[in-house]
Design a protein around this ligand. Structure first.
Ligand code: PMV
Length: 602
């Protein structure tokens, strides 16, 4: 690719990417000429003077990775993909930043200098985005002059957006200071729409977050208020296509109170968990000066829904608090890891901030700053690993995990033994996942689940989350593994009776047949299985296995089965239609998920 000589460009060569050409970041891109400054809102181009009549210089992006990151963190150029994920911006040969964005009007190469990185940006940045999504989401409005229309009608190839189209934020954009959200696996730079309802501003954001299922369990706190665990834990994040929480958060000067709706029902916001999470989030936001001051005096509306039973041992609190923390972090434009903020709502929620296989390090610091989650491996690491969730009950559990943990820590002597054992188990589990050693992974998963429920029973008074059906599932799995001569399936139970089975994709059909055989559905089989297709096995092959397992049939004991696999971390949804709140900031849907009334925003 030919690059025009750049007289004032720095000695460092530009960062060249082999990645496909990034989407046009804004309307002025006219090819690989280096004639334009790529800072959003900057209109400087080579040969022209700036508004003060001064000549500007154009710099390429630095090659030094640290410095490059600093530049990119400031000049927000990443775009959102159609599915709400970040498409990071990679500078190419032709991308330039003009001298106007450096203190003193000139780039300085000394790291101590203020002008080492760009820091001056147009106040009312006209953010131009080329994604269809940004238009649909109301992130930008299309501004097309008559002249442009005519020109593009002649020039633009059919079916493609004309390249001279401009996009303008409907309300003054916060400014080009980068809005960085450090999600588990990537950095998300988000621009959010300011929604106008009868002239009143409402800032809003809608996100989804996944459920995670621990294979080394968290049970017991060393600090109640900070939600610090006694042991580290490991989980797999489940695919959001099957299990997820969706949350819309909104702030507005027109709201009179903080309010929260969960699955269509208004819930209290003054709980310790929510207040702790909000306090931590606001504190972080103040420290980072991530949003306008007045936002802290505005009240908050939150609307959240799950696509799976709430509080029945399916880690709904993990997904719920992860989604709340994530949505608010995006709304308040927080930077850096926020798994510790999610942790303040519910310990296991911190693991839902990451996709794939996740560890929550217990940390040793008294203030809990090192008690954070991190990704061990992405969801693509072990594509053959699948998960079956056997829903035994979708009723609320008797003893919530917080109360259960307290009793266990206070009364169980077995718990002390567990705390000594877990560190080695964490190492073994990490290695089993790394090697994709299913036999070992299954053994550790089952042993850890058994130990969790053993310490619960060892508590005084005893806590029992598993039911007879849960125990029959355990028996079925062990019998099956024995017949196969190795671990083919692993069960694990959280604070509820529902079983989570880990298994390899090729065994799904046989195990599903086994489940249907011993726990036949009362209703139609099609409704019994949800999620990924389960496949089927030859009847005679399966009957030989089933006949060797000594277990009575229990029709209707399992309500339904969800077939899923490991999936990614939280996502941002930018379409207006995804919002759970209408333009007045109230829930769009009732408890049955039906639209409440016709809203005017879509
Ligand atoms: O996040 P909490 O406070 O609801 O605790 C949940 C603990 C278990 O789900 C039982 C185990 C785990 O590690 O997820």
């Amino acid at each position: 690719m030919e690059v025009k000589p750049d007289i004032k460009s720095e000695s460092e060569a530009p960062a060249v990417s082999s990645a496909p050409r990034s989407p046009r970041i804004h309307g002025r891109y006219k090819g690989p000429t280096g004639d334009f400054c790529c800072v959003p809102g900057c209109t400087n181009s080579r040969g022209k003077c700036n508004r003060m009549g001064k000549q500007v210089s154009f710099y390429t992006f630095p090659r030094d990775s640290k410095r490059l990151k600093m530049w990119l963190d400031r000049i927000r150029l990443d775009v959102l993909s159609e599915d709400g994920h970040l498409v990071p911006f990679t500078p190419k040969n032709h991308h330039r930043v003009c001298s106007e964005h450096f203190v003193g009007g000139k780039k300085v190469d000394h790291p101590n200098s203020e002008a080492y990185v760009p820091s001056e940006f147009p106040r009312n940045a006209v953010r131009k985005r080329t994604t269809k999504r940004s238009l649909e989401a109301g992130l930008a409005v299309q501004v097309v002059t008559k002249k442009q229309k005519k020109a593009t009608a002649e020039l633009a190839p059919k079916g493609r957006p004309p390249f001279s189209v401009k996009y303008r934020f409907p309300l003054p954009f916060l400014g080009p200071v980068p809005i960085v959200y450090s999600a588990p696996t990537d950095h998300t730079y988000i621009n959010l729409p300011s929604v106008m309802s009868q002239g009143v501003v409402m800032e809003t954001c809608t996100c989804t977050a996944p459920v995670n299922m621990a294979v080394i369990k968290y049970w017991g706190k060393r600090h109640k208020d900070l939600v610090l665990p006694l042991n580290s834990s490991i989980s797999a994040t489940l695919d959001q296509k099957q299990l997820r929480t969706k949350t819309t958060v909104a702030i507005s000067p027109s709201f009179e109170d903080d309010r929260l709706w969960l699955n269509g029902i208004e819930e209290r916001v003054d709980t310790v968990r929510i207040q702790n999470l909000l306090a931590e989030l606001r504190q972080r936001s103040i420290e980072q000066q991530s949003c306008p001051q007045e936002w802290f005096s505005w009240k908050l509306h939150v609307c959240s829904e799950n696509n799976f039973p709430t509080a029945a041992g399916l880690a709904s609190s993990a997904a719920g608090y992860a989604c709340l923390a994530f949505s608010l972090a995006v709304l308040y434009r927080l930077r850096g890891d926020i798994s510790d903020i999610a942790r303040r709502g519910s310990g296991s929620a911190c693991r839902s901030m990451y996709g794939g296989f996740v560890i929550w390090d217990k940390g040793t610091k008294a203030d809990g700053t090192d008690s954070i989650a991190r990704q061990l491996y992405p969801e693509t690491h072990w594509p053959e690993l699948h998960i079956l969730i056997l829903v035994v009950s979708d009723q609320k559990k008797h003893t919530c995990s917080t109360a259960g943990m307290e009793v266990t820590v206070e009364t169980s002597s077995l718990m002390k033994q567990r705390i000594r054992l877990v560190p080695d188990r964490i190492k073994e589990m990490t290695s089993a996942i790394e090697k994709r050693d299913f036999h070992k992974f299954a053994e550790l998963t089952m042993k850890d689940s058994n130990q969790l429920h053993a310490v619960c029973l060892d508590s005084y008074p005893p806590i029992s989350y598993m039911t007879d059906v849960s125990r029959q599932i355990v028996h079925m799995v062990h019998e099956y593994n024995k017949l196969k001569g190795q671990n083919k399936v692993a069960y694990t139970f959280d604070a509820g009776p529902n079983a989570c089975l880990y298994l390899i994709e090729e065994d799904v059909a046989e195990v599903v047949s086994l489940v249907t055989h011993f726990f036949p559905p009362i209703g139609p089989t099609e409704e019994f299985y949800t999620g990924l297709p389960t496949g089927s096995v030859a009847l005679d092959q399966f009957q030989v296995i089933a006949s060797q397992i000594n277990l009575p049939k229990q029709p209707g004991a399992i309500k339904y089965v969800i077939h899923t696999k490991p999936g990614p971390g939280p996502c941002v949804l930018t379409k207006k239609v995804d919002s759970l709140l209408d333009i007045s900031g109230h829930p769009k849907y009732d408890t049955r998920g039906e639209p409440k009334s016709v809203t005017t925003d879509q």
